[in-house]
Design a protein around this ligand. Sequence first.
Ligand code: SF4
Length: 251
Amino acid sequence: MNAGKRLFLSLSFVSLAILGSGVILLFWLVMPRLKMLAEWMFYAAAAAAALFLLVVSGGLFLLFLSAITERDFLFPHGKKQVTVKVLYPINLFLGFLLGIGRERVGESFVEFNNALVRATRKRIDLGRIMILLPHCLQLSDCQYRVTSDIGNCRRCGKCAISELAELSEKINARIAVATGGTLARRLIVEIKPTLILAVACERDLVSGILDAYPTPVYGILNQRPHGPCNNTTVDLEKVRAGFVSLLGREI
Ligand code: SF4
């Protein structure tokens, strides 16, 4: 299994175990009182607790199975929404309690999310793919304004923008450079992509995945040899490999 998603998966298992133990403990605490009130209440509460645990653990089991095998065991949207809206904040809190930094949990979440996007790729409409890039990927002293139109890039090859622009032409994808979250959200509203491949730091990728939902976002972490937000770059092989796995063909 891809090591990146393992941390998020492990935290999810622990979260599930804590939740299950909590429900059982709660039931054990109220059990004597329920029996005192009425026998049927006891059985009704037991059935409700068992059903709750069955639905939650069954749903999460399918989610984990999809992420591990990268095969689609999910019902449309439902279980993926659980990961995005529920599991991430719980795992983040659990990571905090265990002394695991936000950055590591976020990076693992991105890998876990990518595995789910790959698993569900046959359901994704590939008609409007968008490549979304951060402004810091552009060479800081480049004079051309690629944020207004990436066509302004002269393809000098001094930063990753030129190769990514070439790649977008090959796969007929829209490509845009955003200066921040607000512009990124506006581009998503305007272009209405069916699939986004985003390059960014862990923090922006996590918020992008959460904000763009239900549009699937495949995230690639940028590299920061000069520190954050300055002349960043990206492993183009990872971008290419991401597209190969999503499109199901060589590019
Ligand atoms: S490839 Fe060259 S022209 Fe294009 S954005 Fe980078 S530095 Fe500017």
